[in-house]
Every structure is written in C-alpha cells, then in structure tokens.
Design a protein around this ligand. Structure first.
Ligand code: RIB
Ligand code: CA
Length: 309
C-alpha cells in the first residue's frame, strides 16, 4: 500500500509534538518534512523544539523555518500553556543539527514539485501555508488535502469567538480555506479528547523512550491547562489531524460553508461554520462534527507502541 506523503506545518507546542510522534511511526504515512512558524512560542523557540523532536525521534527529514509574524495582525504566543520554551516539561540532549537552507515556503514548493501528491497538515497558525499559496499558486494541483487543526463551530479558546491557530492569523486562514481543500479538525471534537490521569498512566505503561517523552510533556501540558482553564485533562488538539489520516473512521466530517471573520471586531478570527446550510453558500470545507474518543486513544497508544524501547 502506498504511504500517504505529508508535510506537517507546526508550532511545537506540546500537542504538535504528539502529532509528529504519531506521523513518524505510522506505516500509513511518510512524513517528508516539518515546516515551522511562530505561534505557541516565537519562531526561534518553535524552531528549536522542532529540531529537538526530529533528533529525539531519529527522523532524517528537513526542518524549515517559516514566518516570524502573521500576514497582517500583531503576533501572539501561548506561553501560559506551552511554557517559556514552548515545550516545557522535558530537557532534550544537546543535538548538533541545523535547519534546512530553504525557507518553509521554498521547501513546501520543492517537495510538492518533487512528489506531485502531498497532504499538508497544519497544526499551528496558517501563515506559512498562506504565504506559500500566494507565492506558488500553481502548486495547489499537487495538494490533495489540507488537514488542519483549528477553528470551531462553537465558541473559541482564546476569545469568545475564535480558536488560537485561526486567530493568530485570520487573513492567512481565509486564503487557506478559499482553496476548498480544507478538512478542519476544530475544537468541537478536540475538546472531547481529554488527557485524564488514567490516559496518561495508560500511555506511560508503554515504557519506551517516546512514551516517556509523551508522559513528561503531557504532565506539564495538563498542569498548565488546569491552571488556566481548570481542566482535569487537557484537550489533545493537534494529533486529531494525524489520527484522522491514520483512521478516518475515528472522526466524522460534514461538508459545509466556512467563512473566516477578518473584520477585526469581537469575532475576529472566528470560523463561521454554516453546518445547517442556512445561507446556501458554496460548501468549501469538511468540518469535524464527531469523534470516537475510545478509538482516538487506541490510535495514539498504537502509535506510541511502534517505537522501540
Ligand atoms: O487551539 C489549539 C491550537 O493552538 C493547537 O494547535 C495548539 O498547539 C495551539 O497552537
Ligand atoms: Ca499547534
């Protein structure tokens, strides 16, 4: 069976890290590269975290730095959840490694023209993807899907209306959703997959060096989410993209019209999802409306177990 070729565009970020762990161990996926942007932390920190993860997971793939700031609005980070390093909770060994000589936009362009059919998996703000679309619009023919974590049919998580990845760069999100290639794993489903203590212990029992990393990072992720939101178990957002690619039966999608609010008011960055087709506008995205929580954790556990001791 041909592996699906993917590029993860990320801002590690604790949940981004788990998405990378899963993608790297799946026999169904070929992770071609990581492209990185600012988001959970500054680009310098999300970049360093990406390099550390690629080295710790022994991945021989390029890591390309992307955009330091959004297309239009002011940058924002999420240190309260992800910490000063952007990946608090684990101290990586000192690795000798460097970034790709290409920028994120150039690396995406090069890989798409080389492989001809790639799935893009954004798990952070959409600035890099939007910049690539603006720079190389013809490349879109090589992209089969854009399976992203972001947005919500319901309320937001960094404003009443908006989810973090979209609110970080609403103008970029508008460009990406206009491709009509988006599958959106939003808060409506990711808020159902919560890292309760029993889940943490279940994964810790796997007992290999990657499940150890998972456990260390998720304990910190949980602690910070509890401090901010009072959650007993943190929502494990980003891996929903990879779980969907590994087993599409885990997440139910519905085709609908999604409009990004770029007006700059109190709903700035909202994904207005017309799930009941009130406005009869063109359906431009598939949006996650349901998730099988038990199967989600089974896929996560299986992905972690694939690593050697
Ligand atoms: O809203 C959740 C998203 O914001 C996740 O991608 C998380 O990593 C943060 O970037
Ligand atoms: Ca992220």
């Amino acid at each position: 069976m041909d592996k699906r070729k993917i590029i993860i565009d990320c801002d590690p970020g604790h949940d981004d890290a788990v998405a990378i762990m899963l993608a790297a161990s799946s026999p169904k996926l070929e992770l071609l590269a990581l492209t990185v942007e600012a988001g959970n932390q500054t680009l310098e920190k999300t970049g360093r975290n990406s390099l550390n993860l690629v080295n710790y997971l022994n991945l021989n793939i390029p890591v390309a730095l992307g955009e330091k700031r959004p297309l239009k609005r002011e940058p924002q980070t999420c240190a309260a959840i992800h910490g000063e390093s952007g990946l608090d909770g684990f101290t990586f060994p000192k690795y000798e490694s460097s970034y790709s000589k290409l920028s994120a936009v150039e690396l995406i362009h090069e890989l798409l023209n080389e492989h001809k059919k790639v799935t893009l998996v954004p798990t952070g703000p959409l600035t890099n993807i939007a910049k690539w679309i603006l720079t190389y619009p013809d490349d879109l023919k090589y992209v089969d899907e854009i399976v992203l974590m972001g947005g919500s049919i319901g309320y937001g998580n960094v404003s009443p209306a908006a989810e973090f990845n979209i609110l970080c760069d609403p103008e970029a999100a508008e460009i990406v959703f206009n491709t009509k290639k988006v599958k959106m794993m939003g808060l409506d489903v990711t808020r159902q997959v919560l890292l309760y203590p029993e889940i943490l212990e279940r994964m810790n029992k796997i007992g290999n060096r990657v499940s150890d990393l998972f456990y260390a990072l998720m304990k910190t992720f949980n602690k910070n989410q509890k401090k901010i939101f009072g959650f007993i178990g943190a929502p494990l957002h980003d891996p929903a993209t990879i779980v969907y690619l590994i087993d599409p039966s885990v997440i139910e999608l519905k085709h609908m019209n999604v409009v990004i609010d770029v007006t700059g008011g109190p709903s700035y960055g909202r994904t207005n999802c017309d799930q009941f087709d009130y406005l009869h506008q063109e359906k431009n995205a598939y949006v996650a409306v349901n998730i099988n929580v038990d199967k989600y954790w089974d896929v996560i556990e299986e992905g972690l177990r694939r690593y050697s001791k």
